[in-house]
Ligand binder design. Sequence first.
Ligand code: ATP
Ligand code: MG
Length: 272
Amino acid sequence: MNTATPASTLALENVSFAYGHAGLFRRTPPGRVLHGVDIRIASGVTVGLVGESGSGKSTIAKLMLGLATPLEGRVLLDGQPLQALSRLERARTVQMVFQDPYSSLNPRATIAEILAAPLRVHGIGDAASRGAEVRRMMDAVGLVSAFAQRYPRELSGGQRQRVAIARALMLQPRIVVCDEPTSALDVSVQSQILNLLLELQRERGLGYLFVSHNLAVVQHLADEIVVLQGGRVVERGTANAVYFRPGHAYTRQLIGATLLPPDSAFAAGVPA
Ligand SMILES: Nc1ncnc2c1ncn2[C@@H]1O[C@H](COP(=O)(O)OP(=O)(O)OP(=O)(O)O)[C@@H](O)[C@H]1O
Ligand SMILES: [Mg+2]
């Protein structure tokens, strides 16, 4: 469907960041939470970003979506500063899937309304064509059409995450930032959602930044792994190299903390 879209690259180049750096009236100098970070995501490729809580993973996600601007360094989409692009151009290229599908979905809107919203907000199509696009996308993520008129609270966690993924894809982005997309889900559902993400990537050539504190999950999905500690990249390499031959003590510690028992649903189910 989307295979004709040109490939895209989204890159953080030597990015440092501090919360509140743009504030006019701040009293104390803000502490830096990212230091000289380089990360590049390209169409069709998954970069896994791992690190302990507070290491700066979600901050990197925000920068990649243009929701925050770097203190130093650049965020480039196909070589252009992300901030120089219009909201629509950005939305058509980079989208996000959040950890908690419940809090990221409007509880008062039906699934059909939630999915049509990105098209409606950007003035794309009419009600009929948006409805058709919503039905097509629901089918693509494995949601039966009867769910169109339901509300998020009437769906299971896994079904809600399918809605969130469908919503992220409505504008046919080329890059999707997934911030712990399965951490809030039952183990039994996690591998279904991960397989769906892999299938959609194959069909559409999506580039993923896959954020997780769990190196075992990332090793299954990612081509490259970037390890973040205290806002610094301390290790990077192919998924197998980082997972099976970690060079940094911190990476070994992360692997030790997240080793899954061999009979876990995840180890059994991913990837196809
Ligand atoms: N809105 C904010 N204002 C001020 N500081 C923030 C804000 N959001 C995050 N921080 C701080 O920035 C640092 C990095 O946070 P970030 O949310 O990027 O970490 P993370 O790796 O995503 O953690 P987690 O695994 O818990 O989601 C932390 O020290 C955090 O306290
Ligand atoms: Mg986070």
